[in-house]
Design a protein around this ligand. Structure first.
Ligand code: ATP
Ligand code: MG
Length: 414
């Protein structure tokens, strides 16, 4: 088929999608099935603001894709709308700490969100910005809710000073009030916090349980009806996508991704319906995507440690100990011209990779040889190898330490 024919065919064919945007990560539907209890709880907590009270700070915790961000934004939007109708000055500031890991950047983002402009790009000390925020809020607003999403990223990078300050901001405000909503999917997060910060942050807490397959099915069905033309998505495909996404820990984001990618695959193939086979093809693509995004987000040294584990695994190593990882990691560092970190830092990195769900690293006793971590991959080796191959330096290292032939075998395996 010529390029022109491809274009012609695409233009003449009716798309399977009618509204693809509803399948994007930040779309929030008007109804969030199976989150009624969490929505109600948050609404009750915030409702006191409508009568002039100060809502408690809230800590929201649950695994990835369980609707934390969606619920927080959904309820806040409603609260602001209701406040407006009552003539109240409510605002909220949404900060995703994954992309703003320093105190400075979090404060600047809060400023932007509440409309406090005129800050220089850099150069102001965090204290000064903090004071500006206090003054700005106190002059204009009655309530500002600060949502600190993916809060673990900030605290791991920059400690909890800023949280301490923010949870005490009300002492400095005369007229306005601030409530904080902290959100995380990291189970160990509480360990990073000072006791005082933790207790003021979690005056109230809401736990988000993973969805089961039936619940995911309902969520998918709602999205499918909005996203695709009628009759395009088959019942079997929906069931299968829900089952796949429910298998690990009930991640709605993954379920929706599967549906979107299956739709794209079906469309590419010129199919008129989305069938189970399209979901199966989507699984591979989506998994690679999710792992890929996580791996690409890792700092350099963490990528190098993960590469070392990947090399060992690709070589068929049965017992991957900390010692073996260290050895291979150092060789890779030398080969690529980076300086390796100490054993202590290496252990920290292994813990981080475990927190991210990329590896498992339980400490095991090796009898008289002492104790070590025994490391295994929690993600598919083939996907990981493919991701590393996208980067020419890492591809060179894989070829050097595993061998081109073995690498190709892994990539081509079913
Ligand atoms: N009950 C629900 N009904 C409809 N859509 C939902 C529901 N729960 C989650 N979603 C959708 O699934 C996706 C993931 O949800 P969300 O971003 O809220 O997850 P999260 O708990 O914040 O995950 P993470 O910890 O990874 O940030 C979003 O696109 C969201 O709109
Ligand atoms: Mg989220």
């Amino acid at each position: 088929m010529s390029v022109d024919q491809i274009f012609d065919e695409l233009l003449n064919r009716e798309s399977l999608f009618i509204n693809k945007r509803v399948l994007s990560h930040d779309y929030i539907p008007e109804i969030l099935p199976h989150r009624e209890a969490e929505i109600q709880k948050l609404a009750y907590i915030l409702a006191s603001a409508l009568k002039g009270g100060k809502p408690s700070n809230v800590f929201m915790y649950g695994k990835t894709g369980t609707g934390k961000t969606a619920v927080a934004k959904y309820v806040l939007k409603k609260l602001i709308e209701r406040g407006e109708r009552l003539g109240l000055h409510f605002k909220y500031a949404y900060v995703n700490c994954r992309y703003r890991k320093t105190n400075y950047r979090v404060l600047v983002k809060i400023c932007e969100e509440i409309g406090c402009r005129g800050l220089p790009e850099t150069g102001l000390p965090a204290d000064v910005i903090f004071d500006k925020i206090v003054k700005y809020i106190d002059e204009r607003d009655q309530l500002v809710v600060i949502i600190l999403d993916e809060l673990d990223w900030l605290v791991k990078t920059s400690g909890d000073d800023i949280l301490y300050q923010l949870t005490r901001i009300n002492n400095e405000l005369n007229k306005a009030q601030v409530s904080i909503i902290g959100i995380t999917n990291d189970i160990k997060f509480k360990n990073y916090l000072d006791g005082r910060v933790l207790s003021s942050l979690s005056e109230e807490s809401i736990v988000f349980r993973p969805y089961n397959s039936e619940q995911l099915y309902d969520i998918l069905k709602q999205r499918a009806e909005m996203a695709f033309r009628e009759g395009v998505v088959t019942e079997g495909a929906l069931r299968l996508a829900a089952a796949y996404a429910g298998r690990e820990h009930g991640d709605a984001r993954r379920a929706i991704d599967l549906l979107r990618v299956a739709g794209e695959i079906a469309e590419r193939e010129g199919a008129s319906k989305i069938l189970e086979e399209h979901i199966i093809k989507a699984v591979d693509e989506v998994d690679k995507d999710i792992i890929g995004a996580t791996v690409r987000d890792l700092p350099l040294q963490e990528q190098l440690v993960l590469l070392a584990i990947t090399v060992l695994k690709a070589l068929g190593e049965q017992q991957i100990t900390t010692g073996k990882v260290k050895n291979t990691y150092e060789k890779i560092c030398t080969y690529l011209g980076y300086s390796p970190l100490s054993l202590r830092r290496l252990n920290d990195i292994l813990s981080d990779l475990e927190t991210l769900g990329i590896i498992l690293a339980p400490v095991t006793s090796l009898g008289r040889y002492g104790r070590t971590k025994l490391i295994s991959l929690e993600v598919d080796l083939k996907s990981l190898v493919k991701i590393f191959l996208e980067d020419s330096l890492y591809a060179a290292a894989l070829s050097e330490f595993v061998g081109e032939e073995a690498i190709q075998k892994i990539v081509k395996a079913k």
